[in-house]
Design a protein around this ligand. Structure first.
Ligand SMILES: [Zn+2]
Length: 236
């Protein structure tokens, strides 16, 4: 699945003519997007990501970086950027109203239900409906590489997530393995109401794959994977 391209994409989303998206590999930079002449008119919108559940609707390109962990837009030629190194990048696509969202799904954002917050804002702003919405889950640290403590487990349960299917028990008491992908899948299907077949997933582990970046594997490395989604300015 990993080829000589600088980013990965999902073929099901590539079929939508007005949509463009990618999950960057290590070494892929924002400048690489700007270097592509077909994408020259796009402007990148970056966030100061804070592991919050703050989601903003972008109608104009902002003057400076904004503090948030999720962005939504219906405006063509913006790239919504999420930077990750183990956290899960989540894209939502309202295929009927041509709206996209990019979310930063670490344990705090996922457990705080950022996907639900984003969908709620899309529903209020654009009358987005679950059956017309696709979700794309990018590379992230997988459960068997992602040990967490009791406080993370308790946080998810306080937010009404089921432990079953989302946590595996660790070898020691108070140690668990968290499946970020499964937690977001649960939110998308059971809470938001997306049909399961509307969710596409790149099942790649950032910790295991050297082509990706992992905070747990290389804690001193501050570089992040660049994930992007945007709307092309076409009529059909
Ligand atoms: Zn792994």
């Amino acid at each position: 699945m990993i080829n000589d391209k600088k980013y990965l994409s999902l073929k099901e989303l590539n079929r939508i003519p007005w949509l463009i998206h990618g999950f960057g590999l290590a070494g892929f930079k924002l400048e690489d997007l700007k270097a592509d002449s077909r994408l020259a008119s796009f402007q990148a919108v970056e966030m100061n990501q804070e592991h919050s559940t703050r989601v903003l609707l972008i109608e104009q390109p902002p003057e400076s970086k904004i503090s948030a962990d999720g962005l939504i837009t219906a405006r063509p030629e913006l790239f919504l950027i999420v930077k990750t190194a183990d956290c899960l990048p989540v894209f939502l696509v309202d295929t009927k109203h041509r709206v996209v969202a990019a979310l930063h799904g670490g344990w705090r954002g996922t457990g705080g239900r950022i996907a639900e917050a984003a969908f709620e804002l899309m529903r209020k702003s654009f009358s987005t409906r679950p059956e017309g919405t696709l979700a794309a889950l990018g590379p992230a640290i997988e459960a068997r590489c992602y040990e967490v403590g009791q406080e993370v487990y308790d946080f998810f349960l306080r937010q009404d997530f089921p432990a079953d299917g989302i946590f595996l028990s660790g070898d020691k008491p108070g140690h668990f393995y968290l499946d970020l992908r499964a937690a977001n899948r649960w939110l998308l299907t059971r809470i938001i109401g997306l049909p399961a077949e509307n969710i596409y997933s790149l099942e790649l582990c950032t910790f295991c794959k050297p082509q990706l970046l992992s905070h747990r594997r290389q804690p001193a490395d501050q570089t992040r994977l660049i994930n992007f989604i945007g709307i092309r300015n076409i009529k059909y």
